[in-house]
Design a binder for this molecule. Structure first.
Ligand code: FAD
Length: 500
């Protein structure tokens, strides 16, 4: 290795350059500015002419952790982004046309230390003393009845629907107030050091250069740094996730926002409905091999309630992930790092995980062991998300179109195949600590898609039939009492963030 290359590799990280100002770029700027702004220079480069993807409006509860790290005031954030509350997702027509089930963010029933609530419920169903699985979860019942409030004791688990454009603007103000510098302009080229392969600067179209020690690629599907400059390859997952296009269109609200996302399966994809304070976000995600663009666009417009506020915008994507999200002195976040389609609203979460991990391993000097650990951990997390999303497509009774027949019959990753087989046989789900979706999420979706486990844990046999009936009645009553205290969701939001 030459002296020069060694110098670059041993350079202390004092200048971080973020390429791209979409959700990923501004989340990275905000996280870095809040945590390390006093010791590291942060510059973000974005191009208004190129713009952002502008979709990504549903989140999951982990965003709360990120906001706590940033010390964001919830009322201010919700007012600034026209946010509403999301208590889960209603999946319609996924198991079969006309059927609906709910994946809530709450806990269902009460677990025993030996066995999840589902085992007791399975016995309760067999004995005829348990109601529907949905009756034992506060968040689920509250969602279906359109209610919400913050609850002091044991809380209520929720996330947000938000306007992605307003969120980026909000985070920009936040980051700039903490000292992050924004540069407007188009990146024309990425300069690298020949010997080390490290990125040294972004060459801008106006002739200026932005030098840095660490570069964060948030340039979206273009992946200008990690893909185009560093040639890091891409692992394609389209054989499991065939959807590769979307149309998105906002519509005027026709009533108060419900506190959940709707995901409505169609003949070759699905449609989302995300209600915000000021409008509704709608979209269709589909497989271009099974549905042509005009039909997809029309299906979207036929499926919305309110007046479209602009023409539908088409987005093309490729499901999969970068072989390495961190390579040399470049870390990719957001769409530049990879994309699992938005069925479970996980991309913003993966951005946040990338930022938090980067902060936790933040190098004084880049150490290859950090890089390897970072890549391995993010890979595990993303594969878990991928499996969870594939589950919705694969376990289905639908056989009505070539699209659904292909998905039901395909070979799925071994990790998923084993999880499904174990649940089908025993009612158990094993959950590793770093996995995003916990037992209750897997159980709700597996049962919602049509799996009823063949056995349950013997712990469920210990209670007498009368005690078991009382157990279910007590939980049902407690859930009902809690939900009855909650006001209508939008009445609460209007009072909580009056600027909205
Ligand atoms: P982008 O928004 O594309 O930003 C790229 C940035 O790079 C822009 O600022 C652009 O100007 C800049 N840039 C690019 N090239 C240059 C250049 N040459 N010079 C200067 N600047 C440049 N996620 C969720 O969590 N929940 C959801 O509900 C959800 N729904 C989605 C629905 C669809 C159909 C799709 C496709 C994605 C969805 N996502 C969702 C993902 C979400 O959109 C992204 O995670 C999020 O928007 C982050 O995008 P980004 O910042 O990586 O890229």
């Amino acid at each position: 290795m030459t002296e020069e290359a060694r110098d670059i590799r041993q350079r202390r990280i004092r200048r971080v350059v973020i390429a791209g100002g979409g959700t990923a770029g501004w989340m990275a700027a905000a996280g870095l500015a809040r945590a390390l702004g006093k010791v590291v220079d942060i510059t973000l480069v974005e191009s208004e002419e190129i713009g952002t993807i502008g979709v990504g409006e549903a989140t999951i509860p982990t965003l709360m952790t990120f906001h706590r790290l940033l010390q964001i005031n919830e009322q201010e954030f919700m007012a600034a982004t026209q946010a509403t509350v999301k208590l889960g997702i209603q999946f319609e027509n996924w198991r079969k046309p006309g059927h609906a089930y709910f994946h809530s963010f709450g806990t269902t029933g009460k677990d025993h230390w030996m066995a999840n609530f589902v085992h007791f419920w399975l016995r309760g169903r067999r004995e005829g003393v348990a109601g529907s699985y949905d009756e034992y979860c506060v968040e689920l019942l509250a969602a279906l009845e359109g209610r919400f409030a913050h609850l002091p004791r044991n809380g209520i688990n929720y996330a947000y629907h938000l306007d992605a454009g307003l969120y980026a603007r909000y985070l920009r103000r936040f980051s700039e107030a903490l000292g992050a510098r924004r540069v407007e302009g188009r990146i024309a080229a990425v300069e690298t050091d020949e010997a080390s392969g490290y990125i040294t600067a972004l060459a801008m179209a106006d002739g200026s250069r932005i030098e840095g020690d660490l570069f964060i690629d948030c340039t979206g599907f273009r992946a200008l740094l990690i893909g185009q400059a560093l040639n890091v390859g891409f692992e394609d997952w389209s054989h499991w996730l065939p959807n590769d296009r979307a149309f998105a269109v906002p519509t005027a609200s026709v009533g108060d926002a419900v506190p959940f996302t709707r995901s409505i399966a169609g003949t070759a994809g699905w449609q989302w409905r995300i209600p915000l304070q000021h409008r509704v976000g709608n979209g269709i995600v589909y497989s271009s091999r099974h549905l042509d663009d005009d039909d997809a666009r029309q299906a979207l417009l036929d499926g919305v309630d309110g007046e479209p506020l602009r023409d539908p915008l088409q987005i093309r994507f490729r499901p999969g992930k970068r072989l390495k999200c961190w390579h040399r002195n470049c870390v990719a976040l957001g769409l530049a790092a990879g994309f699992v389609e938005p069925l479970e609203s996980t991309t913003i979460h993966m951005i946040q995980r990338g930022i938090v991990r980067l902060l936790q391993t933040f190098p004084d000097v880049i150490d290859p062991r950090h890089v390897t650990a970072y890549n391995a951990q993010l890979d595990d997390e993303l594969q878990h998300v991928r499996d969870f999303v594939i589950l919705h497509y694969h376990v289905t009774e639908r056989r009505d179109t070539p699209y659904w027949r292909m998905l039901a019959d395909m070979e799925v990753p071994a990790s998923l195949r084993e999880r499904i087989a174990l649940f089908r046989e025993t009612g158990n789900v094993f959950h590793a600590p770093m996995e995003l979706f916990a037992e209750n999420s897997w159980i709700q979706v597996m049962m919602g898609q049509g799996i009823t486990p063949r056995q349950y844990h013997p712990a469920a046999e210990v209670m007498s039939e009368a005690d078991l009936a009382r157990f279910f009645d007590d939980i049902r009553r407690s859930v009902r009492t809690t939900v009855d205290t909650l006001p209508a969701h939008m009445d609460y939001i209007r009072q909580y963030c009056p600027a909205g």
